[in-house]
Design a protein around this ligand. Structure first.
Ligand code: AMP
Length: 191
């Protein structure tokens, strides 16, 4: 089993790289953003609770996303590996993830941070807003809010994995495939 934290600011391309990793390695993709959007779409009580926060670009509480991830880890315990996308976003979540995996006799093996210039990200987010109809991608003020939360609440997660010797950076290049070549090299050094 190989467990990967796919990390980086909103719009950096985590979903695209995760899809390539699923195709290539057959790992299970766990995106808390997708799970939450699904709850909103299905108008569940949880969906109703988080809708406003997500649409304004704030993080939902640690307890909510930890519970979602815990359920998925248990449901797919025979997976070849997990790709954690958009989780953990706080050090509390990272600590909790370590405990959950330890209880299943496994761990995070590698963290891959995707890195790309902020101007390119903003352009991409605004394109995605049109294609996917994501209101949190459409408004510049909400995008700024998400970046600010990333800097304040999420970036410390890098130091958390760095202290464990698991931090890797993949500088994104022109195409998803050429970025994936970098990701593949990092993974190859862990299998
Ligand atoms: P994403 O698709 O990963 O960009 O997530 C979309 C939104 O869902 C974020 O802006 C947050 O509001 C919420 N969200 C997703 N994952 C988390 C998380 N791990 N912790 C807190 N909020 C999250």
């Amino acid at each position: 089993m190989l467990n990967i934290v796919l990390f980086g600011p909103p719009g950096v391309g985590k979903g695209t790289q995760a899809a390539l990793m699923v195709q290539h390695y057959g790992f299970k993709h766990l995106s808390t953003g997708d799970m939450l959007r699904n709850e909103i779409k299905n108008e569940t009580p949880l969906g109703k609770e988080v809708k406003q926060l997500i649409e304004s670009g704030f993080l939902v509480s640690d307890g909510i996303v930890i519970a979602l991830i815990k359920e998925q880890i248990a449901a797919y315990k025979d997976a070849k590996g997990f790709i954690f996308d958009g989780f953990p976003r706080t050090t509390v979540q990272a600590e909790s993830l370590d405990k959950m995996l330890e209880a299943q006799g496994t761990k995070i093996h590698v963290m891959i941070t995707l890195d790309v210039a902020q101007e390119i990200i903003i352009e991409r987010l605004q394109k995605r807003a049109v294609i996917e109809g994501r209101s949190d991608d459409a408004d510049l003020e909400i995008i700024r809010n998400r970046f600010e939360n990333y800097e304040k609440q999420t970036k410390p997660v890098m130091a958390y994995y760095s202290a464990q010797g698991k931090y890797h950076i993949a500088k994104c290049s022109d195409t998803p495939e050429s970025t994936f070549a970098v990701v593949e090299k990092i993974i190859a050094s862990h299998v």
